[in-house]
Design a protein around this ligand. Sequence first.
Ligand code: GTP
Ligand code: MG
Length: 149
Amino acid sequence: KEKTLAMIKPDGLLGNYTDEVKNVIINSGFIIFKEMILQLDEDRAASFYAEHSLKSFFPNLIKYMTSGPVLVMILEKENAVADWRALIGPTDSKKAKITHPHSIRALCGIDSGKNCVHGSDSPQSAQREISFFFQEESAGQAVIQHDEL
Ligand code: GTP
Ligand code: MG
């Protein structure tokens, strides 16, 4: 089965949306394969969102993502990457409330910055992001353990 990386961002944890989001996850057929709560520091947040480093919103993004703990989860399901992206809805939570009222970002996001949840945008991203947080995991390719060599 395919794996993807999901995250409940600081506003989601602070706003007590964790249980509600997890219920949506379970009811949509995902398995929560692994999960972990952690606090990102500026370097780690910048590295996670490195693709956006030149965007004007980047400083705000780093401030937001380091403002409190996040919950990262490896979700597993057939077509997990695309299905989780569909479930969270558009980046801008204000638009999500209008165009995707049943999406997670419509439920708990505030605007295009504070949007409550993250999802990997491709199988390649999923693999990178899962390895970023869970060193022993890889979403796709088999990993040869050192002791097997
Ligand atoms: P992620 O799942 O978090 O990667 O969101 P996304 O894939 O829907 O959007 P994208 O990767 O383009 O942007 C990453 C994050 O940067 C978003 O989730 C927002 O938190 C933030 N962001 C994106 N666009 C804007 C914007 O126009 N303004 C602000 N303030 N933040 C933005
Ligand atoms: Mg993204």
